[in-house]
Design a binder for this molecule. Structure first.
Ligand SMILES: Cc1cc2nc3c(=O)[nH]c(=O)nc-3n(C[C@H](O)[C@H](O)[C@H](O)COP(=O)(O)O)c2cc1C
Length: 205
């Protein structure tokens, strides 16, 4: 698949078929992740592949706790009032309640020492690799979504998976065969978000 087509149709997939994902495809998406750039080419990443049902169940509990904390209560009511956000809400709610059923969970970990990676910089060291993973999965017909809500229980997730203290779990990517169609993605028009020469100077194409 053309890389542009993969980008334009890379929707967040949060509903998956139960069918297993062969090891060969898991290797492929992770190999694509490892081709990403990183500062000084340090490649400060490790990727945990989780298929064990009990481990997924525990991670699913942590994730649901994060979901309820940030999107339960008043936030839920607010989101459900706006039809566009309600669609995202329902799909994210479904994932939060069924995470353990997704065939594969990939956890992208970042090494936080010995380099002075500040908290605000951290994402930049790992998200290019995560985006490569998402694009490779899309090209292979596999669904993914970048998630972070498990991090409300970062310490417990690290303990569960044996992640050392100088590593941080930056993203959790569910991977499986999509039960809903891919893209096109809905984004602001490029003309609206690109300025030419000076801030605010838009152009039509
Ligand atoms: C840094 C980051 C964190 C995200 N965390 C979550 C998450 O915890 N749970 C979730 O369901 N989606 C999460 N998302 C996915 C976004 O909600 C999704 O990319 C966005 O709504 C666009 O969706 P679309 O590609 O289907 O249009 C995250 C995305 C990013 C970039």
């Amino acid at each position: 698949m053309d890389v542009l087509e993969a980008m334009y149709t890379l929707r967040a997939i949060r509903r998956f078929k139960p069918d297993p994902v062969p090891d060969e495809l898991v290797w492929k998406v992770l190999e694509a992740a490892t081709k990403a750039p990183s500062g000084g080419n340090r490649q400060p990443w490790r990727f945990l592949v989780v298929r064990d049902p009990e481990t997924k169940r525990r991670i699913g509990e942590f994730y649901l706790e994060g979901w309820e904390r940030f999107y339960g209560g008043a936030a839920r009511e607010q989101m459900l009032q706006d039809p566009a956000r309600a669609r995202i809400y329902r799909s994210a709610d479904h994932l939060a309640r069924h995470l353990a059923e997704v065939p594969v969970l990939i956890i992208a970990c970042l090494r936080t020492t010995p380099w002075p990676v500040t908290t605000s910089e951290r994402g930049s060291y790992i998200f290019p690799a995560v985006q490569n993973l998402l694009l490779a999965a899309r090209a292979l017909g596999l669904g993914t979504v970048l998630t972070t809500l498990h991090r409300v229980r970062e310490k417990e997730v690290r303990e569960l998976l044996g992640v050392p203290d100088d590593w941080e779990t930056m993203a959790l990517v569910p991977l499986g065969w999509p039960a809903v169609p891919f893209g096109p993605v809905r984004r602001l028009p490029v003309e609206e978000v690109v300025y030419w020469e000076r801030w605010g100077e838009t152009r039509s194409r």
